[in-house]
Design a protein around this ligand. Sequence first.
Ligand code: SF4
Length: 369
Amino acid sequence: MPEFEVTPWEVTGIVDYNKLIKEFGTTPLTDDLLEKTRELTKSDLPLYFKRKFFFSHRDYDLVLKDYEAGKGFFLYTGRGPSGPMHIGHIIPFFATKWLQDNFGVNLYVQITDDEKFLFKPKLTLEETKRWAYENILDIIAVGFDPDKTFIFQDTEFTKIYEMAIPIAKKVTYSMAKAVFGFNDQSKVGMIFYPAIQAAPTFFEEKRSLIPAAIDQDPYWRIQRDFAESLGYYKAAALHSKFVPGLLGLGGKMSASKPETAIYLTDNPEEAGKKIWKYALTGGRATAKEQREKGGEPDKCVVFKWLEIFFEPDDKKLLERYNACKSGEILCGQCKRYLIEKVQNFLKEHQEKREKARDLVERFKYTGKL
Ligand code: SF4
């Protein structure tokens, strides 16, 4: 049994990200590239980059070169609407917003309601469309620039079909099978789908940059196999790690396991209770033992969530790390601290989410810039 496994559908075990870079054939996101990012944007890097939550890339160096040479680039990301979004889903969108704000580039967000309908046997088309609307509200609430952000839903934006057919003529069954593992029972819609997902990388005559969790990388390998033969750029990517679920550092937050996740629509009070009840810490069996031996922040989900998103202050994060290791603080204190941060985030997000209802049409992409 492998110690960990990462596919576009499942993440199991405690992921060794250095090994994953080798396995996937991607490139580490080096300090030099981050420094270059800082230099070009003239901005401090957000914690997702500074703390290497984004840790790997494909052709990000070329993206920066294009930007520097005045060619520019555009951002592309997406969401498969099969249920409510949780904190793990939204963090890469905040990183995407930082890239948009600081490079001043267009962003296309593909809502893959067709994909979820095809790949999830029990989901109806009506349900995926309903989730598409709900998820769009969460995405808009992140605060993207309405003049530079174009959200489209595959079943509505039918023009995408015209863009997908030249791709479908290039992608062989075996290329798609290598990524999706199709079998005799796979539906024909599933086999065509990779062409739809690749189409937005050709929306502009520039390089596309896709910021997303690394489990999505296999999709872009197909695009990179044929893009140049159609006269387009290979998609570039920035890969993030996974936000662990509340129950432990193995795997990722899963929308289908409510006890592992905080949903963006969770009542803040209930979210607090969930964290208090389920969040696995690196604490010892008793308070006495913890005071003597110290805790283990490297094994602690509470610490990890603070590191990834909820504690922007580097100094405070380091102080907490040291205080944990020396046994100065106990897990209850940390959990209360995290709960307050999460609750504040949820309240703010939910207010913006409500306001987003009036903005949906403004963000919808119709194919014209
Ligand atoms: Fe985690 Fe805080 Fe407990 Fe340390 S004291 S293990 S950081 S919750």
